[in-house]
Write a new protein. Structure first.
Length: 158
């Protein structure tokens, strides 16, 4: 037996489903905003990104009254072609509350992924759980020849 559903019934059911979904979204807010509204998600490409001023492109600053919680860092580095298979990218941090005064605190190892036109490309990507206080500064070595991306969130400081 071949049963065909009339097009008017299909359209009516689609409208009901859409209305139902809108009600559900209104009643049950999404993700971190409902559970942890104090978290302000960030994504920044450094240098010159969200936290990095234009006057000194290497230096990034955590905003006043906020803490930066970094969850993931990735990047790439361009170097002249060589037999080298990896390079190190260091994150240098100054955070008085943590007792860090411009020390190379984290090192990321970038692996050669491509060679093109006399240039080697090295990449890295890693989860990271780094907390920095208001006014803390940080920058990455190899910045002149690289791109770095940070994702995480800002939270109010106490």
């Amino acid at each position: 037996m071949n049963r065909t559903i009339p097009p008017s019934t299909v359209a009516l059911n689609r409208r009901k489903l859409g209305t139902c979904c809108l009600y559900a979204l209104a009643l049950f807010p999404l993700g971190a905003h409902a559970v942890e509204p104090e978290k302000m998600p960030i994504y920044t490409n450094t240098p010159g990104g969200l936290l990095c001023g234009s006057s000194n492109l290497n230096q990034c600053v955590v905003p006043a009254k906020k803490r930066l919680i970094t969850e993931f860092i990735s990047g790439y580095v361009f170097q002249p072609s060589s037999s080298q298979t990896d390079v190190s990218v260091s994150m240098t941090i100054t955070d008085a509350k943590l007792g860090l005064n411009g020390v190379s605190f984290h090192t990321f190892h970038a692996t050669k992924t491509n060679t093109s036109g006399g240039t080697d490309v090295f990449t890295f990507a890693t989860p990271a759980r780094i907390m920095l206080n208001p006014g803390a500064t940080f920058y990455f070595s190899q910045v002149a020849a690289s791109g770095i991306a940070i994702s995480g969130y800002l939270v109010p400081s106490q």
